[in-house]
Ligand binder design. Sequence first.
Ligand code: PAF
Length: 267
Amino acid sequence: MKIFRDAAKLQKWSGALRRKGARIALVPTMGCLHEGHISLIEAAKRRGADEIIVSIFVNPVQFGPNEDYAKYPREEKADLKKCRAAGATAVFLPTPEEMYMPGHSVYVDEESLSKGLCGGRRPGHFRGVCTVVAKLFNIAHPDFAVFGQKDFQQVQVVKRMVRDLNFDLDVVVAPIVREKSGLAKSSRNTYLSEKERKMALAISEGLKEFRSLAGLRRRLEKAGLKVDYVECVDSETLAARKRPGRGCTVLVAAYAGSTRLIDNRVF
Ligand code: PAF
């Protein structure tokens, strides 16, 4: 497994491989890898990738000033071991300085799908995501990139960016991976106390047994969660829908203590 810290070196390597006809997959991550991330690498293998590049980069630009950038878990050694075991062929581990040179002044902003849901509560978040993902696409030259459905809005925003900016690649979406309890796997689960973990189960259980938006909200509040939003949207346009049905997704963001968790169910 190759390890790159330098964007130009990876760009040269992947560019040469792509010119030779290799099928390259990119799995963008922020590290602290769990089974959800491993499932993205597995999905890349199943789609016949010759090279699987995993990027591990806690992207400062997608965090708000009062968010968890500084405390976001970083586990480089363990992550490299997991990537190797899962069958990644290369890992990209840049520093913030490598990705954002002094005077960096170009950003990518999606102006529609990113404005509600998490984007509405986390101003600038998707501008940061689009910028770093666009950079990773240019650096890694993937034929396809794999994202997890847990970040449902992110997937729609990235797909729109790929369409509107003519990136020559496919966006592949892998299903949510859950703990036995039903809790969606997330690097942020490491922040949860035992009590918060129990509270958090109301999210996956409430989505599974969904009846109405108001009922789901009540269930979350009763469990002790602080609801950020409970919404039903059209899965493509992310426009609000009153009632879920075919082509809709119900999304939840809620705090267990100070940890913000997200989950969703596609109908
Ligand atoms: O989903 C994530 O982990 C991040 O938002 C991503 C796509 C790696 C961009 O930093």
